[in-house]
Design a protein around this ligand. Sequence first.
Ligand code: FES
Length: 108
Amino acid sequence: MPTVILEHPRGRQVVEVDTPSALVDLCDEHALAVPMSCRAATCGTCCVNVIEGEELLEKPGERERDLLERLGAAGGRRFACAVHIKQGIGLVQLQISAFGPLSPPSRG
Ligand code: FES
């Protein structure tokens, strides 16, 4: 089972994950301090830095890849509303990113 550690300005939170999980669900169930807005990988509010354990995260889907590219947020950053944690053993260490929140992308 992965252990997820979230570092944020007020401290850190630790959650044990017993099945493959959407990070957004863990945030809801355990009141993790990740700011959320759209919850659909479109606004960038939930940006986190992946400090450790990237191998325990599913690769970004098309929508998240597109947002990472549009916002220039590649390089160890992910959007918590779009991250899925794999089954496995290890540590996933995340940090609220100073990169977000960001303005919603323009339409059209
Ligand atoms: S909450 Fe908007 S990108 Fe995650």
